[in-house]
Design a protein around this ligand. Structure first.
Ligand code: SF4
Length: 481
């Protein structure tokens, strides 16, 4: 996963707006951050490893001048966590200069690499985004949009992109729209009188963001989603333009709605807090259990726990406190870091849990190690019974479209029954929400989503060799830090 943000802000410092926007998307990636800007003539980039607020601080931003900017925060699904792999990428080629921020994961990187200078090209980094940037920069088309329209149909997989050239910011979603991307309108800095025949959009700014939460933080108003297979073209003084490079075959990642995106964001017209609360209501109906308290695994389990408590009539309490300064466990790139992360992140409220029968609600079990540590923490704090309830179905299949569960054996549900998982995590009972329950909670058509990690039906075929190995581009091509 990653967060992307783009802005065209006439008369304003776009880098500051982009930094604020990407800060609101920090939950989507915590390994690195960066901003690329254009002053209308040339592009500049600043990126580094670290959190947004550490990388894009007041020492850096004033030197990044211009009305156009894109920003990115990274969670690696291709390539290691090294400076070279931070984004946006920047290519100042003989044909064109451009910078790209990418959320997603391409599945045909080997095929694409072979196309680039017959496979002999040296890339400055080992990410699929660097490869895509090189392909677009080298494409012999007169214009960036034309280059995108030629290159994108050859790519397969997940990509929501923000692209910057000297004059424009472009927003792109792959034909399935696996990852979200929304367009917003930024009010002019100084309101001015618009004549009867003036274009009211000419003084406005435009914003692209992975989630609507990124629009809210910069005061932009939601206009619409970028459509799957669409390129949105943003230029100062003009209303947004749109071209298609492929027909839309929508398959938005359902995990965005279940747990990944912020609860205050909206997707498919649905507020995600409310969607998750509804999942909790469905879960209480499908997986009831007598208990004294319902508690969430903070913070992501909270909306579903609220729904479970409401539907079951069991009181809701917070039984664990989360250290606000610890990152998301799942998002840490290595297993060793993930394991250490749990105890750093959560501590039990003994007075609440001691002697009580608890329903502990979370949104997913991936490897099982986090849930096991949580159950252990609650047992040590004196819980009488621990009943784990998950507001999504078991994850049987890996994701190749941008969530880092790429190896089947990492997924506990792919090799263990529910009873075996219960025994592994040490809970008194374990229950999952069914796929039918997720759909009932969302109240949206099934055919708009990707559910592949639950049902194995991949909307975009994954080449056998891809088993999309994360470090595929580090085997002989590109830098490895
Ligand atoms: S496979 Fe799962 S995590 Fe990946 S895009 Fe599809 S629903 Fe989302």
């Amino acid at each position: 996963m990653c967060g992307v943000f783009g802005v065209v802000a006439p008369g304003q410092e776009a880098a500051r707006i982009a930094a604020l926007g990407i800060f609101a998307l920090q939950h989507r990636g915590q390994e690195s951050a960066g901003v690329a800007v254009s002053d209308g003539e040339q592009l500049m980039l600043y990126k580094d490893l670290g959190l947004v607020a550490q990388v894009l601080d007041d020492r850096r931003l004033p030197s990044l001048r211009g009305e156009l900017a894109i920003a990115h925060c990274r969670y690696s699904t291709t390539g290691s966590t090294v400076w070279e792999n931070a984004q946006p990428t920047l290519r100042l080629g003989p044909r064109r200069a451009l910078a790209i921020g990418h959320n997603g994961n391409l599945v045909n990187t080997r095929e694409l690499l072979a196309k680039l200078a017959g496979g002999r090209a040296r890339l400055p980094a080992s990410t699929d985004t660097e490869l895509l940037t090189a392909l677009i920069a080298d494409e012999p088309a007169t214009d960036t949009v034309d280059a995108l329209r030629r290159v994108l149909p050859t790519t397969r997989g997940a990509y929501s992109l923000v692209v910057l050239d000297e004059r424009r910011v472009l927003g792109v979603r792959d034909p399935h729209g696996f990852r979200p991307l929304v367009l917003g309108r930024l009010a002019p800095q100084e309101p001015r009188t618009v004549g009867l025949w003036d274009d009211p959009d000419s003084a406005a700014g435009w914003v692209l963001s992975s989630e609507t939460a990124g629009l809210d933080v910069v005061g932009a108003e939601y206009v619409r989603d970028v459509e799957p297979g669409e390129i949105v073209i943003l230029e100062a003084g003009k209303a947004p333009a749109s071209v298609r490079f492929a027909p839309a075959t929508p398959a938005l990642c359902v995990f965005e709605l279940i747990y990944f995106a912020r609860p205050d964001s909206y997707m498919e017209g649905v507020n995600l807090y409310e969607a998750r609360r509804q999942m909790g209501i469905q879960l209480a109906g499908e997986q009831p259990i007598p208990a004294d308290l319902v508690m969430p695994v903070p913070d992501t389990g909270a909306p579903a726990a609220a729904g479970y408590a409401e539907a079951s009539g069991i009181p809701y309490r917070e039984g664990m406190i989360r250290n606000r300064y610890a990152g998301r466990t799942f998002i840490q790139p290595s297993q060793a870091m993930r394991q250490r992360g749990v105890t750093v992140k959560l501590s039990p409220l003994r007075e609440i849990v001691r002697g009580r029968r608890l329903v502990v609600v979370d949104d997913s079990i991936v490897r099982g190690t986090t849930t096991r540590s949580i159950v252990e923490l609650l047992r040590r704090a004196g819980a009488a019974e621990i009943h784990v309830r998950i507001s999504a179905p078991p994850i049987y299949h890996p994701c190749f479209y941008g969530i880092d569960t790429q190896v089947e054996t990492e997924l506990i549900a792919s090799t263990h029954s529910v009873e075996e998982i219960r025994a592994f995590i040490g809970a008194d009972s374990l229950g999952y929400l069914s796929l039918r329950g997720v759909l009932a909670a969302l109240d949206l058509p099934y055919d708009r989503f990707c559910f592949a990690c639950f049902d194995g039906r991949y909307p975009e075929p994954v080449p056998y060799d891809a088993a999309s190995r994360k470090f595929a581009l580090e085997e002989g091509v590109g830098a490895r830090g």
